[in-house]
Design a protein around this ligand. Structure first.
Ligand code: SF4
Ligand code: FES
Length: 326
């Protein structure tokens, strides 16, 4: 076991735990953001650098600070390690710079993007971004690509986190897409025009932190904050059948896997559940999905998230429901 202190809070974790995982055990504001790390995917992390933290004491045996900021998602804790995240100005400045860099090529098309309201980059820019861009070179742009009947690729929005590549590698039988080219020329592609069609291929949509991979059956149907998420399940021979239905009235607008507060799926779901079961009668409804991510996605739902709920007594329920999220 190793004792680590993050932003002044001490926690004991198993050897081999990363700083990010240790911070998630503490929870709340000490948790660094993550754009490429994804708990359920082996080997993910180390690409985007938004999770950088300062290690001010390496360990009890060697208390020297680490000379550079480190990626918390791939750096393991040592006994006696002291880490600064939100309490360190250098970290916050670096994160601002990384957001600016991620936005160099990413278009600010949130008003027409299906991921708006549940986009990790949108949240990150809101929390850490700067309003001005210093980049003066020509930006990369790509045409939209159809990856089969269900998935659309907007490469211009991609931040090259590799999550979709790991997902296809680890949960589908055959990966047909990957990162082609390197450096400025790197892009997600299928090399020879190909379709991603596999029972579990739809999961690449769920893991994409931005709107680069979108569900064609849901595109432009609604804004996510106007929909009502419901937990539902069905007997499915291929996956657990446990999903979230995003509904408006009686209509099921889309089906996704259930995601936790870090935007990570609890269980991957199959394409039949995701794309073919769009009737309420296909599902056993469990009740409203509790969203505890502090994002636009949690607005207008049946209930407010338990975290950051402002306590405003003596207001009618309808007014309380519409309170802005912190
Ligand atoms: S398409 Fe999405 S999931 Fe895939 S690398 Fe780009 S941003 Fe990541
Ligand atoms: S989340 Fe750690 S480098 Fe991307």
């Amino acid at each position: 076991m190793a004792k680590v202190t993050i932003d002044g809070i001490e926690i004991e974790v198993e050897d081999g735990t990363t700083i990010l995982q240790a911070a998630r055990k503490i929870g709340g504001k000490v948790v660094p953001p993550a754009m490429c790390y994804y708990g359920p995917l082996k080997g993910s992390g180390g690409k985007c650098r938004v999770c950088l933290v300062k290690v001010t004491q390496g360990s009890t045996r060697d208390p020297r600070p680490m000379p550079k900021l480190v990626a918390s998602c791939i750096t393991q804790v040592q006994d006696g390690m002291v880490v600064e995240n939100t309490t360190n100005e250098e970290v916050l400045n670096a994160r601002k710079g990384i957001v600016e860099m991620l936005l160099i090529n990413h278009p600010l098309d949130c008003p027409v993007c299906d991921q708006a309201g549940e986009c990790s980059l949108q949240d990150l820019s809101y929390e850490h971004g700067v309003s001005a861009q210093r980049y003066e070179e020509e930006r990369r742009s790509f045409n939209k690509v159809d990856l089969g009947p269900y998935i659309q690729l907007h490469m211009t929005r991609c931040i090259l986190c590799y999550r979709c590549v790991y997902t296809a590698d680890q949960i589908t039988e055959k990966r047909v897409h990957g990162v082609l080219g390197r450096g400025d020329a790197a892009e997600i592609g299928t090399y020879i025009e190909n379709v991603i069609d596999n029972d579990f291929s739809g999961n690449v949509i769920d893991v994409c932190p931005v709107g680069a991979l979108t569900d064609k059956t849901w595109r432009f149907k609604n804004r996510v904050w106007f929909t009502k998420p419901l937990d539902a399940h069905r007997d499915c021979p291929t996956c657990s059948g446990k999903v979230t239905l995003w509904t408006r009235g009686e209509e099921v607008l889309r089906v996704t896997a259930r995601k936790d507060q870090y935007n990570e799926v609890e269980e991957f779901i199959c394409n039949t559940c995701r794309f073919d079961k769009k009737e309420v009668s296909d599902w056993n409804i469990e009740g409203p999905r509790h969203i505890d991510r502090g994002s636009v996605i949690s607005a207008n739902h049946y209930e407010l998230p338990v975290v950051n709920v402002p306590i405003v007594p003596n207001l009618p329920t309808s007014t309380k429901k519409n309170l802005p999220q912190e």
